[in-house]
Ligand binder design. Structure first.
Ligand SMILES: [Zn+2]
Length: 348
């Protein structure tokens, strides 16, 4: 079977998203979720790849989880030109889970919380009926011809039944080359989608929104998880900066070893304690693999014990898979962060 080359795929994807006006951010959230799953899985350049719809659902919830917080004096932001059910479901469940000290969807998923799984069921149903059925159709009044280039959506409809879902195993199957293209080009596609998403939110909220602050609010990491793990990581690292090994100052920074902008992993396996100088200098740059490997090689029982105290999940497997996916997809010569002011080309 013919497979799609990464650049061709990306061009088609961006063209799809630029055609017509979106009425909600669902398509964008679903695509981000797909890209994240692809980054965490190494799939051959010509292979198909099956993704359980439930997995996409968990990740879509992850994206909206932070976004349904009130945004300063503006309150909860609109994610649609009309009423948007998915963010409303999440906004309803979020405080219920927080009352149980489950601060992230990953934490709720790990403990198998029933309120969280009832949310997953509701969101999954919406995802199937709306963004998955229409994901590959341009937002146009009339468009003829075959549009499926991401996955075969012929079985999907906005009235799809459980029996029909059973028949396809509750999965979507990415077409040959798509998973590989998404992984290879994640670094280019993700920022484009983030910009589109931010613009949509500005359009649907009749406020003066500062897009710089807004993008940080919509796509930044979960500050509450960072705050609670700080003292534990300081102990684990004997009060030393993970990167430069100098004594940690009173105010420490929690660094995402694999930058959050590359893949949104808010788990202890991806956190280290650093001083402000290292953390700010590293910023959104991918570090050399040695740093990431060192973070992933930390004692599993130590990480589990921090997780037990803080209820922040470890996410070791996901972080390992994301690390493999990201580094193995890098072309030689990409500058990687070594230490303050120091970079080294990948593959050197
Ligand atoms: Zn340092």
């Amino acid at each position: 079977m013919d497979h799609q080359a990464p650049l061709e795929f990306a061009q088609r994807l961006v063209a799809l998203l630029e055609t017509g006006r979106r009425v909600s951010t669902y398509k964008l959230a679903t695509l981000m979720a797909m890209i994240d799953v692809c980054v965490e899985n190494e799939v051959g350049p010509e292979a198909t790849f099956a993704i359980p719809i439930s997995e996409l659902t968990h990740r879509v919830i992850g994206y909206y989880w932070r976004q349904v917080r009130p945004y300063a004096e503006h309150g909860i932001l609109h994610q649609s030109s009309q009423k948007a059910a998915i963010p409303a479901f999440i906004a309803h469940t979020r405080p219920i889970l927080q009352a149980k000290k489950l601060h992230t969807p990953e934490a709720a998923r790990e403990v198998g919380d029933p309120d969280y799984f009832s949310l997953v069921n509701k969101v999954q149903r919406k995802l199937i009926h709306n963004p998955l059925t229409y994901l590959q159709t341009p937002n146009a009044k009339s468009f003829t011809g075959t549009t499926d280039f991401i996955f075969d959506s012929s079985a999907f409809s906005n009235k799809m039944t459980s029996a029909e879902l059973d028949a396809i195993g509750w999965m979507i199957v990415l077409k040959p080359g798509v998973a590989h293209a998404m992984r290879e080009l994640a670094g280019l596609i993700r920022p484009v989608i983030e910009i589109m998403w931010t613009d949509d939110v500005v359009r649907w909220n009749r406020h003066e929104l500062e897009t710089d602050d807004l993008a940080g609010f919509l796509f930044g990491s979960d500050r509450s998880s960072l705050a609670v793990v700080g003292p534990h990581l300081r102990d684990l690292q004997n009060n030393r900066c993970f990167y430069c090994d100098t004594k940690l100052p009173k105010t420490l920074h929690i660094d995402h070893v694999i930058p959050f902008s590359k893949v949104p992993l808010d788990g202890i396996a991806n956190y280290v304690a650093a001083d402000a100088r290292c953390n700010l200098d590293k910023s959104a740059t991918l570090p050399i693999r040695e740093h990431t490997d060192r973070a992933l090689a930390r004692d599993k029982t130590d990480l589990a014990s921090i997780s037990e105290h803080t209820r922040v999940p470890v996410l070791l497997t996901r972080t390992q898979k994301a690390s493999a996916g990201i580094y193995n997809g890098l072309p030689p010569g990409v500058p990687l962060w070594v230490g303050r002011g120091s970079y080294s080309p990948f593959g050197a």
